[in-house]
Design a protein around this ligand. Structure first.
Ligand SMILES: Cc1cc2nc3c(=O)[nH]c(=O)nc-3n(C[C@H](O)[C@H](O)[C@H](O)COP(=O)(O)OP(=O)(O)OC[C@H]3O[C@@H](n4cnc5c(N)ncnc54)[C@H](O)[C@@H]3O)c2cc1C
Length: 474
């Protein structure tokens, strides 16, 4: 083996010696993968097929001890570092060119405590894997809506999904985290231990260290709940969205109704004659007693003549995985997002105008329906921002042929530009794309919160060792 080209945290090239790599290999219980290894190319694939980065080495950790030694090695050689949890983030910061990836994707431990209704999960666990274990007992951690997403990146950004209006964000259910800092120190952060760090980890992203496990409170849900998708033709979109806006104005926290606009996917739960048609619709989930939910959503189902009404009692896990078919690993993704207030006529007009020009059959415009328990927590209680937003609107642009990238990205940018006048300020950090800069971090957190986060960064990572993220400068 010859020397390996690598890059420092200030992006200067250097050569890693064979001796140094041998020493690292002798310490790591997992894998140290180099470009010459058979598994390397597979290990550098992440969910977004647009991201093609070649790290100098990938350290696939099996536990905190590997993480500590990987960090010490990176510090000693001043090598640029990225952190990979589930590898789902669109911006692709889980990887880096010529640096070292601390890869947690093989850390899959899940330990349930049914007495205390808590669960501890390691940082490589995905949402689907966590639901598999917890739903066996009719329990769940509030999280997101695509099962292949990692709990790590999702939780550190906040984490919302179908049951967050009832039970809060993932971070609102977080009891503690185990973390390795930039100094290689292993800490626990909770409401009673390293409280300042715990505040920052709940919404501050991967800025403060490598989290090795998360301890959550479990909530009772399902296993059978009322939910599903309801679709109308796009030509009825304006009227339907106005009706939806009025219907949703004062529904209880048990009900979440996510509006979507897209071309209908070739999904098994949709009739064949609908596939590919421009549609507007909603995804519904009710967390309470099924009969009560049916009465509550009756007006929504009675509106007009839907193309499809797929709402009914279903396993919670089936609803959690309903969108997986539209979000497959290796496709090309480009995302823009904005926090929005309740839908005004102008917002609806803008959504319909640009959705009608959608360029890809795989792209989805979805308004994550927020409020409820998310908004009952004080804005300053955690680093997560914009708890009062009614929606986190996502333009999730998706396509398979890389040659089409320009056309789809252009459509997304024009759509996003048209939404700017309505934004309440910034976007969910987990929905920010690779071309968004420090100004977005600033508008998302606001000056006061960003200052508090910067001071915390100065305390726990003064050299900005963890810089490949929505970066908070020390
Ligand atoms: C189609 C789609 C659907 C989505 N749905 C939802 C949703 O319903 N709800 C929601 O809240 N979000 C959703 N997201 C966003 C999702 O939360 C982010 O993509 C998140 O970053 C994924 O986490 P990951 O661990 O898989 O990602 P990774 O790419 O592995 O990590 C992303 C970043 O998080 C940090 N990080 C990861 N692991 C660690 C760790 N162990 N320690 C420290 N830092 C770490 C790093 O900075 C890393 O660059 C969705 C995204 C897409 C594209």
């Amino acid at each position: 083996m010859s020397k390996i080209k690598a890059i420092t945290s200030s992006y200067e090239e250097f050569l890693l010696s064979e001796d140094a790599l041998d020493k690292l290999k002798s310490l790591i219980q997992g894998d140290v993968l180099l470009p010459t290894d058979n598994e390397y190319d597979n290990a550098r694939k992440i969910w977004n097929g647009m991201i093609d980065k070649c790290p100098a080495l990938i350290v696939r950790c099996t536990g905190p001890a590997d993480v500590i030694d990987a960090i010490k090695f990176a510090r000693e050689h001043n090598i640029l570092v990225s952190i990979r949890g589930g590898g789902h983030n669109v911006a692709g910061n889980a990887l880096c060119d010529d640096g070292m990836v601390i890869d947690l994707s093989k850390m899959k431990g899940i330990h349930l405590d049914l007495k205390s209704k808590t669960v501890r999960a390691q940082a490589g666990v995905t949402l689907g894997e966590l639901d598999r274990e917890t739903q066996m007992f009719g329990l769940s951690v509030p999280s997101g809506i695509v099962t292949t997403t990692g709990i790590a990146g999702l939780t550190l950004g906040g984490g919302f999904g179908y049951i967050s209006r009832k039970y809060g964000l993932s971070i609102d259910n977080l009891i503690s985290v185990d973390i390795v800092t930039a100094e290689g120190e292993f800490l626990t952060a909770s409401e009673t231990e390293n409280e300042d760090l715990f505040w920052g980890l709940r919404g501050g992203g991967g800025n403060f260290g490598v989290v090795t496990s998360f301890e959550y409170r479990l909530q009772k849900i399902g296993p059978i709940v009322l939910g599903g998708m309801l679709l109308h033709p796009m030509e009825d979109a304006r009227e339907f969205l106005r009706f939806y806006r009025d219907f949703i104005a004062d529904v209880p926290d048990e009900l979440t109704v996510v509006p979507i606009l897209r071309l209908a996917p070739a999904a098994p739960f949709l009739p064949k004659d609908v596939h590919g048609k421009p549609v507007v619709g909603v995804i519904v989930l009710y967390t309470g007693v099924i009969e009560k939910g049916e009465a509550l959503i009756a007006p929504l189902r009675q509106y007009g003549t839907p193309l499809v009404d797929g709402i009914g009692p279903k396993p919670f896990r089936a609803l959690q995985s309903m969108l997986d078919v539209s979000a497959q690993p290796g496709w090309n993704y480009y995302v823009k997002s904005e926090f929005l207030p309740a839908l005004s006529n102008e917002i609806i007009d803008t959504l319909v105008e640009h959705a009608s020009k959608i360029t890809s059959p795989l792209s989805v415009i979805a308004g994550f329906h927020l409020g409820g328990a998310i908004s009952h927590v004080d804005e300053d209680a955690t680093a997560y921002s914009h708890r009062k937003a009614a929606y986190s609107l996502i333009l999730n642009t998706t396509w398979r042929d890389p040659k089409e990238s320009e056309k789809h990205i252009q459509w997304t940018r024009e759509f996003w530009k048209a939404l700017q006048p309505f934004s309440i300020g910034g976007a969910y950090i987990n929905f920010q794309s690779q071309d968004e800069g420090d100004d977005r971090v600033q508008t998302t957190y606001g000056s006061a919160k960003l200052k508090r986060l910067s001071l915390l960064k100065r305390k726990y990572d003064p050299l900005n060792f963890f810089r490949l993220n929505r970066n908070i400068k020390p």
